[in-house]
Write a protein of this length. Structure first.
Lengths: 106, 255
């Protein structure tokens, strides 16, 4: 896994709902395609995405082979305090990409 | 009644066919033909997957490479200095004595200035740097070609209007004469290269104009021009001339 783009506002007011947008660079190889030699290309997808805020899970998703490459996941959240968002993508190769973003309550 | 007569004349065929040598219709970016969802995806950088390549390009811009241990920014400074550059490519390069695409110029810089291992023609880093440099010109109009590119433009125009492949079709027959009409459920675009490298949803990948041309050539069952060949660059140069004035959208999304 290579790179992620996270778009989230840095400051938030009490009671405000924010949208969090994430883009993850990943081939999302389905496991159904064949390569040049005719053999199946092994499946390699992100199968789980988890977002936690100060250690508490606020959003999670299971992903499947029909999801396109470079998956874009957006969701909303209403923070109650300042804190750190932690994003984790788990793929079939056993790798986990971790990114963080800080939100300040004003 | 007069209007009806014109309509009938149009429907009956070649009367309506436009002169392939000049594009007389209003130039429109393919962006206008896309579904609102796809347009929204391009408008919002946070949802545009091509931005992943731009981010990669930014890292490459600052990374020292090759035996001279130089990074792009050591000569060019901040990448913002590349504003307007992408409006002028493909362009004549005096050093290489030929018209080159932006990707080829990046490769040339890498070989000459950095003395680094060359990348393959459409390798990820080339696309990433092209996207980054192209992004600096977003919103600026594509520039008209100059006298140095005149030969390439003429060669490109000839190739564009030449029938080819088992389908015996020229580029112009679709993209000049029948642009805006339907082809198997899709609307034929005018084919202006305003957003390259593009993130094409069909490819699920970022791709160059060369890749897009290969796609069309395969479609008419014609042998694609070799990568980086003079034909390939000539057509790209003609397309730039043909699209002059349209704003750059790099990195664009296309279906």
């Amino acid at each position: 896994m290579a790179a992620a783009l996270i778009n989230v506002q840095k400051t938030v007011r009490k009671g405000e709902i924010i949208e969090i947008k994430t883009l993850m660079a990943h081939p999302m190889e389905t496991g159904f395609r064949t390569g040049l030699g005719g053999q199946l290309i092994p499946r390699d997808i992100i199968h789980r995405f988890v977002c936690t805020f100060e250690g508490v899970e606020i959003f999670a998703a299971d992903l499947f082979p029909a999801i396109s490459a470079n998956p874009f996941i957006a969701f909303t959240f209403m923070p109650q305090q300042s804190g750190t968002l932690t994003f984790r993508w788990f793929d079939d190769k056993g790798g986990a990409q971790v990114e963080t973003a800080r939100i300040e309550m004003v | 009644m007069k209007r009806l007569a014109v309509l009938i004349a149009c429907l009956s065929g070649p009367v309506c066919a436009q002169d392939s040598k000049s594009v007389s219709f209003d130039k429109r970016s393919t962006f206008d033909l896309m579904k609102p969802e796809t347009q929204a995806m391009q408008r919002d950088d946070a949802s545009n997957p091509a931005m992943l390549w731009v981010q990669e390009g930014r890292a490459l811009w600052q990374a020292k490479a090759g035996s001279t241990d130089k990074a792009c920014q050591d000569c060019h400074g901040d990448v913002a200095s590349m504003k307007g550059v992408a409006t002028r490519y493909p362009a004549y390069s005096a050093a290489q004595q030929k018209v080159v695409t932006l990707g080829q110029q990046i490769q040339f810089c890498r070989a000459q200035e950095q003395k680094a291992e060359p990348w393959t023609a459409e390798a990820r880093p080339v696309l990433a740097l092209s996207a980054l440099v192209g992004l600096q010109s977003r919103g600026l109009p594509l520039a008209k070609t100059g006298p140095a590119e005149a030969r390439a433009v003429a060669e490109g125009r000839a190739l564009f209007t030449e029938r080819r492949g088992q389908m015996n079709l020229s580029c112009a027959q679709c993209h000049d004469d029948h642009a805006g009409q339907s082809l198997g459920g899709a609307i034929i675009p005018q084919g202006h290269p305003t957003g390259y490298p593009i993130y094409r949803l069909e490819w699920q990948d970022l791709g160059s104009l060369e890749r897009r041309l290969r796609n069309c050539l395969n479609g008419v069952r014609s042998e694609p021009w070799p990568s980086g060949s003079s034909e390939n660059v000539a057509v790209q140069t003609y397309l730039r001339e043909r699209a002059a004035g349209l704003p750059i959208e790099t990195p664009a999304i296309r279906p």
